[in-house]
Write a protein that binds this ligand. Sequence first.
Ligand code: DX5
Ligand code: ZN
Length: 218
Amino acid sequence: MKEKIKVAPSILSADFANLKDEVIKVEKSLSDAIHLDIMDGHFVPNLTMGPKVVAAINRTTDMFLDVHLMIYNPFDYIEKFVEAGADLITFHFEATEDVEDTINYIKKCGVKAGLAFNPETAFSMATKYLEKCDLVLFMSVHPGFGGKKFIPSVLEKIKLAKNLKEDMSLKYDIQVDGGINLETGSRCKKMGANFLVAGTYLFGEKDMKKAVLDLKNC
Ligand code: DX5
Ligand code: ZN
């Protein structure tokens, strides 16, 4: 059976002066989630938003909030983002030495847990955590900014994650984030990704609903 593909527009590419309208636009696009990039200026060389903005978005929509933490010490911020309305909290494997505790605590707080990997990080290092993950996220650009070029070496990692998922009879989503459009999205799907995040592509199209559907069908 063909796997259902999920799509999440990244709010990083939205017009922040009209955030409410942009969130409503995402809701109307029939996307599966809204992807919220949280950056601390240390783990990545950029700053974005904190729990207060996430809470404001949560008041605007009933959509599934996919919170992507690009911050050091993610453990310390879990409660704040759960209170703000996160449905999924993904943190970076490279950002903490307490990967297991962080996953456990996210789940204890009643939301889904995702583990993210930078382009140069080997996925095989994380096999022991996979049973606990609801999602693995492969960065297909160096994190920090939207609009960057897709790094094709991610494709092999997606394939490995897909094979491991099958071999271990696990259920985690395989999400890809960075430089996703119809061409790169299709390549990721062929390798086994079932969850695509896109900022520049989806916000750059006049008809976001059509663009989301195109991404699901590419
Ligand atoms: C990058 C972010 C991405 C970004 C994707 O660090 O994690 O979510 O917004 O944007 P595009 O699709 O423009 O690469
Ligand atoms: Zn992201």
